[in-house]
Ligand binder design. Structure first.
Ligand SMILES: Nc1ncnc2c1ncn2[C@@H]1O[C@H](COP(=O)(O)OP(=O)(O)OP(=O)(O)O)[C@@H](O)[C@H]1O
Ligand SMILES: O=c1ccn([C@@H]2O[C@H](COP(=O)(O)O)[C@@H](O)[C@H]2O)c(=O)[nH]1
Length: 237
């Protein structure tokens, strides 16, 4: 079956990697996300991945306790490298060719990011995992995902998160919030729908990249959407 998209960027929730724990990585969750990516590869879809770091560290947590924000953000970016290495391990276990490219040079652990190398690897069918966020403090992995999606010429940015779409308000706080099937980038920004940070939405909008928000907890959810079904919200103008 032909997939709806040829090349996609998946932003996978860092927090989701905790599973039922309060911190860190549940390998069974990483294995399941890897299986979903393997399914997409089997369909012929080229996949780039950005993983968050919220299961380990966020810079804002340091700043809220009076600590140094920039150092906190450096720690958060390192957390995304840890998660990226875990995902690569799970993909390789499944026989999927995968490589980690980091925005922060750490040659003993993985290759450094360059747009040219990333697109070359994707053309070869490798899953490219973009670690280290944008490499800059005061950003998030959502912004990194929108940036990498633009750089690799992705047809869509998938946000695999804790909820199954964009709602009229945070569904974890407002049980009566209504889910959208479709909403424009402009509406998400104008209504302050906090599914992603504004910088990420704006970057995707400028580059005409649709954002597909779905639950990363739904086994096979990624593949179902790629086949044209599934449960999600499409953010597109
Ligand atoms: N209007 C909204 N519609 C849907 N979710 C919303 C909305 N407003 C806030 N949220 C919340 O945003 C969360 C997603 O935020 P966030 O990107 O920080 O988490 P994540 O995907 O787990 O990423 P990470 O852990 O990698 O930072 C959802 O779990 C949801 O509770
Ligand atoms: O470009 C970036 C990306 C991330 N950070 C820091 O990492 C953590 C974890 O990322 P999440 O998107 O929150 O999962 C983030 O809170 C920042 O502290 C960054 O500085 N720059």
């Amino acid at each position: 079956m032909t997939a709806r998209y040829r090349r996609v960027l998946l932003k996978a929730s860092g927090e989701a990697l905790m599973g039922d724990q309060h911190f860190g990585i549940d390998v069974s969750v990483v294995d399941r996300i890897a299986a979903d990516i393997a399914e997409a590869r089997a369909m012929g879809v080229e996949v780039g991945v950005v993983i968050g770091g919220g299961n380990i560290f966020r810079g804002v947590a340091v700043a809220s306790k009076g600590g140094d924000r920039v150092t906190g953000d450096h720690m958060g970016m390192l957390a995304t490298v840890i998660n990226s290495l875990a995902l690569r391990t799970s993909l390789v276990k499944l026989g999927v060719d995968a490589v980690v490219l980091s925005a922060i040079a750490m040659p003993e652990l993985c290759e450094s990011f360059s747009q040219r190398q990333a697109t070359a690897y994707m053309d070869q069918g490798k899953v490219v995992i973009f670690a280290g966020g944008t490499g800059n403090p005061f950003f998030t992995t959502d912004s990194a995902a929108a940036l990498r999606a633009a750089e690799i010429g992705a047809d869509a940015l998938f946000k695999g998160t804790q909820v199954d779409g964009v709602y009229s308000a945070d569904p974890k706080k407002e049980p009566d919030a209504v889910r959208f099937e479709h909403v424009s980038h402009a509406e998400v920004i104008a209504k302050g729908l906090a599914i992603m940070d504004t910088a990420a939405i704006a970057l995707a909008r400028e580059n005409h990249i649709p954002i597909i928000v779905y639950s990363i907890h739904e086994r096979g959810g990624f593949g179902a959407i790629l086949r044209g079904g599934g449960r999600c919200t499409v953010v597109a103008d």
